[in-house]
Design a protein around this ligand. Structure first.
Ligand code: COA
Length: 330
């Protein structure tokens, strides 16, 4: 049986930093409200003309450098993203071009905050079957261009940031490997966290009336999301542990999707672990949707929070609802 392992990681956030005080100048909110509800102090938002693909390129280059590979080595590109530069096609083909890859396959996975773990799971399967040897997996998102930075949009606008993270997957050579991945969804919660338009269901997909009604802006039932997240995160983490006959004592670090510090704290409490074991960098980046896990994994690695041989668990929850986990022996 062939396994996959992560040989390189990297991330990029836009240079422009938006603090809570900056937002308080645009809407009725405060640093105190945002920090106490979410743990977020600042986030990074793109400048005009900077897209998901641009952030992805920078993250991918770092991951490729760490893995010691060249563009011609990459056999497949999988991008977890809701927010391609354009309505279609996805970011994958843009990465093929911008990174100068061979005309390899590339596609996007639209699984919201779970998209990086879903994409990692897909890449893992292609390595296991032996079809490909070197896969670029990206989680990338630009949410800021769809945020309403006025009082009506303040519940969403304060939470989200932009960024991209990347990983290179290659065949395992020893015990370092992706141990398992688990994916779930429950579509009955579609409208609890969604962006309705532009919608192929409508003719035209977006109209002046739609824009006046704000269907092109994401909306969320924060309480419903919170309630489901704190149920599904522990569930899918335990699923990863059970599948590998592991207990939490064997785990060096849990890297959850950075949705909200209060969600991570509630998950730690439910699992009975201290927050030292649950990585958090949401104070710096906000919720970067599909990008948050590879950004967090890269930072945690660079900070020495785990090293070769350590077991880490990636866990995600987001729109759909979708949720997923990956157990990795680094
Ligand atoms: N600043 C100040 N006040 C705000 C605000 C903001 N940015 N956004 C909303 N409010 C107001 C609301 O209008 C509401 O006012 P009202 O009571 O007068 O109607 C009030 O704050 C709600 O406050 P509270 O009840 O404390 O909100 P909450 O505890 O439900 O927290 C969230 C709101 C969004 C932070 C919380 O529900 C949450 O974290 N949900 C999960 C969100 C998430 O992680 N989404 C991404 C998942 S991938």
């Amino acid at each position: 049986m062939r396994y996959s392992r992560i040989t390189g990681v990297g991330f990029k956030v836009p240079d422009r930093t938006i603090t809570n005080d900056d937002l308080a100048g645009l809407m009725d909110t405060s640093d105190e409200w945002i920090v106490s509800r979410s743990g977020i102090k600042e986030r990074h938002w793109v400048e005009e003309g900077e897209g998901t693909s641009d952030l992805s390129v920078e993250a991918a280059k770092q991951a490729m450098e760490m893995a010691g590979i060249q563009p011609e080595d990459i056999d497949l590109v999988v991008v977890g993203s809701l927010t391609s530069d354009y309505f279609f096609p996805g970011v994958g083909a843009q990465l093929q071009d911008k990174l100068g890859l061979r005309t390899v396959g590339s596609f996007d996975v639209k699984a919201a905050c779970s998209a990086f773990v879903y994409s990692l799971s897909i890449g893992d399967q292609f390595i296991k079957t032996g079809q490909y040897d070197t896969i670029l997996v990206v989680g990338a998102e630009v949410q800021s261009t769809a945020l309403n930075v006025s009082n009506e949009g303040r519940d969403m606008a304060v939470l989200f940031g932009d960024g991209a993270g990347a990983a290179i997957l290659q065949p395992a050579e020893d015990e370092s490997r992706v141990l398992s991945t688990h994916m779930h969804s429950e579509g009955k919660y579609l409208k609890e966290l969604w962006c309705e338009g532009p919608a192929s269901l409508y003719h035209p997909r977006i109209s002046h009336e739609h824009i006046d009604a704000g269907i092109h802006l994401p909306s969320m039932n924060g309480r419903e999301v919170f309630k489901n997240a704190i149920k599904r995160f522990p569930e899918v983490i335990n699923e990863a542990l059970d599948a590998n006959n592991l207990s939490l004592r064997d785990v060096k670090l849990i890297i959850p999707h950075q949705a909200n510090l209060r969600i991570s704290q509630a998950v730690a409490k439910k699992l009975g672990v201290s927050m030292d074991m649950v990585y958090s960098n949401i104070h710096k980046y906000g919720n970067t949707t599909g990008a948050s896990i590879p950004i967090a994994m890269t930072e945690a690695y660079r900070e020495g929070r785990f090293k070769k041989g350590d077991i880490i668990i990636l866990a995600a929850f987001g729109a759909g609802f979708t949720w997923a986990s990956a157990a990795i022996r680094w």
